[in-house]
Design a protein around this ligand. Structure first.
Ligand SMILES: [Zn+2]
Length: 444
């Protein structure tokens, strides 16, 4: 947090996301880590830092509701597979091989990519070990981050190194939460993250629920991503995946389920009733051939939905723009075109995503009193000729449009450059870590 420092984002086309269709030429004034004014020709306080946004769009920073930054070093190394093959032959062996320095390098790469791509908040799931490294990277690079170590205590094809006994697994999570929940002036938060129903015993899931509820933490898991996975859960438990999790307490306004591609109508109704959030990950769902989550149906039922890129090896980018463009087009295969309007998609990537990750009401809009997370987009060719800003962003923008990024009142990207780390070093470190891992995992 930047105590008392004033920052003016000046003379842009402001899209505050407070009202559908609203945009105007104006400024955003920030004091410390809060937005204090949004309007036209705002008076400039003395000694105010200024970020020029003339000719640019100014939006709330983007929120991703499901990512795995630790998987960054396996990017471009896990192609042509369905979910369970992808996990058992690539991702789990990769995660099992990760050392402390490699987790750090992967996390820094993933977070640098998120920030320079305009994502200011992310809900992240780690691997089983070395999770302090992920929080250290988030603290250093300046992202708003909700993250947790992954829990696994059983499952076919899970490497020994990723299996933990319940007591030590929960003790480690509790310790991480003590260290990091609320750290960096509240910018970092802990989320309890059992991987998914097939790799967690019901006892482990129950313990995770208890830890999350006793400490006021978010619960974050995967559910009903792939048909085979959903079928296996039903064979083992006799229930739908989302219903099974809900019966164990993994449901409610403090719970985020990634994917929800294969869900029953009764599960959708229950998610709406209990306030359970869904992380819609269209890029990953298409790449792994998992299916298409029925987001228009979720929204009509009153389910909270946000967007996420998921892991770099199943996407292969952490770009909110990629997810927005897919969310704005994909559902036209099932529903009439326009079923998710560009404004609605932009809501998923901003304030609706913030609601999913437990930051509703103070994040995801440019509004006095809200947290000062802002992105400034410079016009790319596909912005021309200027029209509806939501259309321009959802269908016409990519990460290369990101000019400035402010998180918690601090400019972390200025003129496209990361200010909180040396970008060249982050890339080099990731390449060296991948090369060192390759000695242990020849396929990498
Ligand atoms: Zn995931």
């Amino acid at each position: 947090m930047r105590e008392g420092k004033a920052l003016l984002i000046a003379s842009g086309t402001v899209v505050p996301m407070t009202e559908e269709g609203l945009f105007f030429t104006g400024d955003v004034l920030i004091l410390g880590n809060r937005i204090v004014a949004v309007g036209t020709n705002l008076p400039r306080p003395p000694e105010c830092e200024v970020l020029d946004a003339q000719g640019c769009l100014v939006l709330p920073g983007f929120v991703q509701t499901h990512v795995h930054v630790v998987q960054s070093l396996a990017r471009h190394r896990a192609e042509g597979l369905t979910l369970l093959q992808w996990l058992t032959t690539r991702i789990w062996p990769y995660e099992a091989a990760l050392g402390k320095e490699e987790v750090a390098a992967a996390a820094r790469l993933g977070i640098a990519e998120l920030l320079t791509g305009g994502t200011t908040t992310a809900l992240d799931m780690g691997t089983v070990h070395h999770h302090h490294q992920v929080f250290l990277a988030a603290a250093q690079l300046g992202i708003r981050f909700i993250s947790g170590k992954c829990h696994m205590d059983r499952g076919e094809g899970v490497p020994e190194a990723l299996l933990e006994d319940r007591e030590s697994s929960l003790a480690e999570a509790a310790h991480l939460a003590t260290c990091w929940h609320g750290a960096e002036g509240g910018r970092l938060r802990y989320a309890v993250a059992p991987r998914f129903a097939l790799s967690c015993s019901p006892e482990l899931l129950t313990d995770c629920v208890e830890l999350a509820r006793s400490r006021g933490l978010l619960l974050h898991t995967h559910a009903s991503e792939n048909w085979e996975e959903t079928k296996l859960v039903r064979a083992i438990t006799g229930k739908g995946n989302v219903a099974y999790l809900a019966d164990l307490g993994v449901a409610g306004s403090d719970t985020v389920l990634a994917h929800c591609v294969h869900v029953e109508d009764s599960e959708v109704a229950s998610m709406a009733k209990r306030g359970t959030g869904v992380a819609h990950c269209p890029g990953a769902n298409l790449k792994l051939g998992s299916g298409i989550a029925d987001v228009p149906k979720f929204l009509a039922a009153g389910v909270k939905v946000g967007l996420g890129a998921d892991g770099p090896p199943c996407n292969n980018r952490l770009s909110i723009f990629h997810e927005m463009a897919l969310a704005g087009t994909l559902h036209n295969l099932r529903h009439p075109p326009g079923c998710l309007t560009p404004w609605r998609v932009l809501e998923l990537a901003t304030w609706r995503g913030a609601e999913v990750v437990g930051w509703g009401g103070e994040l995801g809009r440019l509004k006095p009193g809200f947290l000062a997370d802002v992105v400034v987009l410079a016009p790319s060719w596909s912005f021309e000729p200027w029209g509806d800003p939501a259309s321009m962003v959802v269908f016409g923008a990519g990460v290369e449009a990101v000019r400035h990024v402010v998180v918690d009142g601090r400019p972390v990207v200025v003129e496209g450059h990361l200010t909180t780390a040396n970008a060249h070093e982050v890339r080099q470190e990731a390449r060296s870590a991948a090369a060192s891992l390759k000695q242990r995992l020849p396929w990498l």
